[in-house]
Design a binder for this molecule. Structure first.
Ligand code: PMP
Length: 283
């Protein structure tokens, strides 16, 4: 069952208004929350980011934090998720329905939609690592907003796939930003490097968790921009996201990263991340 604009419906009953601004303009925001063992992981951080995205696109969310959490929890219950289930919860808010003009209309009601989908952790890929291709970052200059406008992300992923890789690593004028749907970290001399959380990258919740876990375990973290040359000399590379967690990248543009194998820092961070998941959701 999906939650759409105050109602519980099945997917095939769903009708989108032709002038919903999410549909016409991608004028809306979203979050993807991980569910481990039937429980939400880091809900509060996702909610905080949803409210921030709303503020940044000048959208007033008419729901309280408690109401949104209630919708999320009802999605879990109505879809019969149990402590055996790993899943994702998708929540989006569009600005609402209005005659198709670019101007932000006043007095319209935002439209909310949520669903859950069972999804296992990508453990096989985490052991083996992914291949990546460098692609020019063609997205806009507000990548910090988690907007429904994802065409740039869709295209860069496709460019990477057409070049034979599984992921894209994006660069702006030679400076590495992130991946199409995840943040990127380089490991050099036992320290972590990642782009600062500014307007050019999404402020990933997993990115912050990785930074916090690394610092708590004595691993230096540099939130500094770095270039393609640095990337190509990294000892290890990995990406971070809600669904991929800590995912190694073992080749870039057909060349091995470091030894070409999943390295010891990534393995250590994967272990710390897994402990964090289970300390949060298995309480
Ligand atoms: N960067 C981009 C462009 C993303 O779309 C995402 C989310 N899939 C991330 C980073 C990772 O964010 P999070 O860790 O909050 O899932």
């Amino acid at each position: 069952m999906l939650y759409v604009d105050g109602k519980w419906v099945e997917a095939d009953e769903l009708a989108v208004h032709p002038e919903d601004r999410g549909y016409n303009f991608g004028d809306g925001i979203y979050e993807v929350v991980r569910i481990y063992k039937g429980k939400m992981y880091q809900w509060d951080a996702h909610l905080t980011r949803l409210f921030r995205s709303a503020r940044e696109i000048k959208l007033d969310l008419p729901w309280t934090a408690a109401e949104l959490k209630d919708i999320a929890q009802q999605l879990i219950v109505k879809n019969n998720l149990t402590t055996d289930d790993d899943a994702i919860l998708y929540l989006q808010v569009t600005r609402g329905v209005a005659p198709r003009l670019h101007d932000i209309p006043s007095g319209i009601r935002p439209v909310i939609m949520g669903f859950v989908r069972r999804k296992e952790r990508p453990l096989a890929d985490q052991k083996k690592g992914l291949t990546a291709q460098l692609v020019e970052d063609i997205r806009w200059l507000r990548c910090d907003i988690k907007t429904l406008n994802l065409l740039g992300a869709v295209l860069v992923k496709q460019y990477a796939k057409e070049a034979g890789a599984q992921e894209s690593i994006l660069h702006r004028n030679g400076i590495i930003t992130e991946c199409s749907a995840s943040n990127l970290f380089a490991v050099k001399d036992n320290a972590l490097y990642t782009h600062p959380a500014d307007n050019l990258v999404l402020h990933g919740i997993t990115r912050q968790t990785v930074i916090d876990l690394a610092k708590a375990n004595g691993i230096p973290v540099h939130e500094e921009a770095f270039d393609i040359q640095f990337l190509k000399q990294a000892d290890e590379l990995f990406l971070s996201s809600t669904t991929a967690e800590v995912m190694p990248i073992v080749a870039v543009d057909g060349q091995p990263v470091g030894s070409g194998q999943v390295g010891p820092m990534v393995q250590k961070l994967q272990q710390l991340f897994e402990q964090h998941i289970y300390s949060e959701v298995l309480v």
